[in-house]
Write a protein that binds this ligand. Structure first.
Ligand SMILES: NC(=O)C1=CN([C@@H]2O[C@H](COP(=O)(O)OP(=O)(O)OC[C@H]3O[C@@H](n4cnc5c(N)ncnc54)[C@H](O)[C@@H]3O)[C@@H](O)[C@H]2O)C=CC1
Ligand SMILES: O=C(CO)COP(=O)(O)O
Length: 306
């Protein structure tokens, strides 16, 4: 939307031919109601249309990326593939760019991440994001190509750090939603955000991320947004958990699978990540929010820096 508003031609591929036909007919997308698609967006359902595109943004749920890039590795060969998903793949326990690199070795993987709700960007509200690419020349070219008058991109070569910030904040957002949903208050949420951020930094450092990346838009920035806005699906899912209500199972909630992945990664590294661990158990239905609180608040007292 923002690229088309800025005058670039955009091909929008989707697998659902009915949805594509409706987008072509109504010039609106069902997930972004009441916002008109700019004329420069061309919705298509034939993957062959991507053969002419040298840069492709992949906006699939994180757990779907592996299957998609593996199935379409020939069509994606040699392209610049920009992952937009925020999650850790449960099978490989890796981020999106490692999945792309493994499935399509001839592609150049990159990542677009940071605090942004789709509806805000589509409405041309001001937004700042992180563009991460290990190939620095490609990263600079992408930064220029994907920035618009309302979307300001910052660049980094620390792909691991940017990926982990975006993935891990979703787990903490579920915990924060559960906290508010269970009526535990804003002070408790601030504690969860802060101690949750410490867990994000600890795991990211053990996986090779640069500390300053976690302090940036892709880490701290997205944590703040996702833990404090009811526009976030991860936060709303947490709210439902806290209230003991059900949640629409068709809605993409990346933090649910990533909480499990974080538990596996932490176990393999001997890391203690208590908020992520109780969140994974709440998601699995093994712990109520009040039992989670009990488990966290009764831990042995310690120094804050530990
Ligand atoms: N919606 C938002 O505001 C933001 C979303 N993201 C991230 O983008 C990723 C996708 O999120 P949304 O677009 O919001 O989710 P969504 O659930 O609205 O859309 C995902 C789309 O992928 C399609 N899809 C699923 N599996 C597929 C497959 N195997 N092949 C082809 N298409 C498939 C679905 O049919 C759906 O149209 C997530 O990781 C999310 O964290 C990141 C920043 C903001
Ligand atoms: O990543 C997002 C905001 O930056 C979107 O958050 P949700 O997936 O929780 O809706």
């Amino acid at each position: 939307m923002t690229l088309a508003q800025a005058g670039r031609d955009v091909t929008l591929w989707a697998r659902d031919t009915g949805a594509v036909e409706r987008m072509r007919a109504t010039r609106q997308a069902e997930r972004l109601p009441e916002i008109d698609l700019p004329a420069r967006i061309d919705p298509v359902s034939d993957l062959a249309a991507l053969f002419d595109c040298d840069t492709i943004l992949l906006a699939l749920p994180a757990q779907a990326t592996r299957g998609f890039v593996t199935a379409h590795r020939d069509a994606l060969s040699g392209k610049v593939l920009v992952a937009c998903a925020k999650g850790i793949d449960l099978t490989s326990l890796t981020g999106q760019t490692a999945i792309i690199a493994h499935a399509v070795p001839s592609a150049t993987p990159a990542l677009l991440t940071g605090p942004s709700f789709a509806a805000d960007i589509a409405r041309a509200l001001p937004t700042a994001l992180t563009l991460a690419c290990a190939d620095e020349a490609c990263g600079a070219a992408l930064q220029a190509a994907l920035s618009t008058p309302t979307l300001r991109l910052y660049r980094t070569a620390d792909v691991i750090g940017a990926e982990l910030g975006g993935a891990l904040k979703n787990v903490i957002a579920i915990a924060c939603g559960a906290c508010i949903g269970a009526g535990l208050g804003d002070s408790a949420r601030a504690a969860l955000m802060t101690r949750g951020f410490a867990e994000m930094q600890r795991l990211a450092a053990s996986l090779g991320a640069r500390p300053d990346t976690l302090m940036g838009l892709s880490g701290f920035g997205d944590l703040v947004l996702t833990c404090s806005s009811e526009l976030s699906r991860n936060y709303r899912y947490g709210l439902a958990l806290g209230r003991g209500e059900s949640f629409d199972s068709h809605t993409t909630v990346e933090g649910a699978a990533t909480a499990r992945a974080v538990t596996d990664l932490a176990a393999g590294r001997g890391l203690d990540l208590p908020i992520s661990a109780v969140t994974a158990r709440m998601v699995a239905g093994d712990l109520t929010p009040l039992q989670a609180l009990d488990a966290l608040i009764n831990r042995p007292l310690k120094e804050e820096r530990e």
